[in-house]
Design a protein around this ligand. Structure first.
Ligand code: DQA
Length: 147
């Protein structure tokens, strides 16, 4: 069974209370349950992690290399400036799909640039929680069974 990590970065633990006009009213827990039931229906396993700390996200990406077939990654604001996370994504050799709940191209100009997207298989932005589902489908299509 394929296994994917769904990794969320800073401030995404505040979903539900954080700027609901932009990010909606659903909590991260609720979005994760939604992803989990989709994954179960499709027959792959998912694991979830969230952190407000860049180093933790790097450690998690590095350890994903041996444990997962791919990563769905919402790096939060790190998207726009973390070369360390970009390097981690490049280093691990498994596909990573970048997801943003909001449309980063339709907000402040600093959000339109992702330093991580160029090393990801795709960037999905502005589709809310459905973006995570689309990312899982892309990762599923981009990976094959080891045996
Ligand atoms: C975000 C977009 C980022 O610009 C922002 O810093 C976030 C959330 C999104 O999911 O829309 O924290 O990644």
């Amino acid at each position: 069974m394929k296994k994917f990590l769904v990794l969320n970065g800073p401030n995404l633990n505040l979903l539900g209370v954080r700027q609901p006009d932009i990010y909606g009213t659903e909590t991260l827990d609720s979005i994760e349950s939604y992803i989990e039931s989709y994954a179960a229906r499709k027959g792959f396993a998912v694991e979830f992690a969230q952190s407000n700390h860049e180093g933790y996200l790097i450690d998690k990406l590095q350890s994903a290399m041996e444990k997962f077939d791919g990563v769905v990654f919402n790096p939060g604001a790190y998207t726009h400036y973390s070369y360390a996370l970009r390097d981690a994504v490049s280093a691990i050799g498994i596909p990573v799909a970048e997801v943003h709940l909001s449309d980063i191209n339709a907000r402040e100009s600093f959000r339109a640039k992702s330093v991580i997207a160029p090393v990801c298989i795709a960037q999905i932005s502005g589709k809310g929680k459905l973006g995570y589902i689309e990312a899982l489908d892309l990762l599923n299509a981009a990976t094959s069974y080891a045996e």
